[in-house]
Ligand binder design. Structure first.
Ligand SMILES: Nc1ncnc2c1ncn2[C@@H]1O[C@H](COP(=O)(O)OP(=O)(O)OP(=O)(O)O)[C@@H](O)[C@H]1O
Length: 121
């Protein structure tokens, strides 16, 4: 049980390190907070909250894995190496795909509600 709880400590320490050192991770955290606030303000439905939660988790996970991959690449290959470049580029591509999906999902959920509000005003 102690080992299980210690595991959460390591995970939290990884999260804190990413938040402290990675600007991109902080940008994604702010985007997540804005999405949650917008969802609350627009009274989105339960299934829409699930999509928003899924998108937030997907983007943060992609960013964390990409950062871990960058750290590992710099450790293993500090000098220029074509393969190391491909590894970093693919990690970055994973983040872009997750972020684009989140952007489209956010637009599908929020835009119609925002347009309704604008038309009603
Ligand atoms: N060791 C390397 N060998 C070859 N190409 C590299 C190497 N390190 C970085 N690159 C290239 O430079 C790009 C940017 O790498 P960098 O490590 O600066 O990451 P980043 O995306 O700018 O992230 P961060 O700003 O968080 O460090 C990579 O996507 C890759 O194309």
């Amino acid at each position: 049980m102690k080992k299980f709880i210690r595991g959460f400590g390591y995970a939290f320490s990884g999260l804190a390190h990413a938040a402290k050192t990675q600007l991109n991770f902080r940008v994604h955290l702010v985007a997540a907070l804005i999405s949650v606030y917008t969802g609350y303000a627009l009274h989105i439905a339960a299934n829409e909250w699930l999509w928003i939660g899924f998108c937030i988790a997907l983007v943060l996970m992609a960013e964390l894995l990409n950062t871990a991959l960058e750290f590992l690449t710099d450790l293993v290959s500090p000098e220029y190496n074509k393969m190391a470049g491909h590894v970093k580029d693919m990690g970055a591509a994973a983040v872009v795909i997750a972020a684009l999906f989140a952007l489209v999902a956010g637009a599908v959920i929020f835009l119609p509600k925002i347009l309704l509000l604008i038309h009603a005003a």
